[in-house]
Ligand binder design. Sequence first.
Ligand code: SF4
Ligand code: SF4
Length: 86
Amino acid sequence: MAKGTIFIDTERCKGCTLCALNCPQRVIVMAADQLNRKGYRPAQLIDPEARCTGCAVCALVCPDVCITVYREARPCKEAIHEPRAS
Ligand code: SF4
Ligand code: SF4
């Protein structure tokens, strides 16, 4: 399965919880002990077992475009050229 991670712009987050509710891996939680400058509890990635797949659901549902998704690059099969035997 693909590996991924996310960056959350916590200062722009309005704490709506949509990302946490929709993450299939359940690796986003709302901060329990932190408020941003707007006074909201921002979303946080808590993923000690590296379960994030980079599926981007969280970024798609975020109404304030606070989440950037990074996914592990994999080589494309068509781009791999085996050396020809001569
Ligand atoms: S990219 Fe997918 S798995 Fe990773 S935190 Fe977002 S919704 Fe969850
Ligand atoms: S969906 Fe966006 S605004 Fe809502 S809690 Fe998640 S990061 Fe914050």
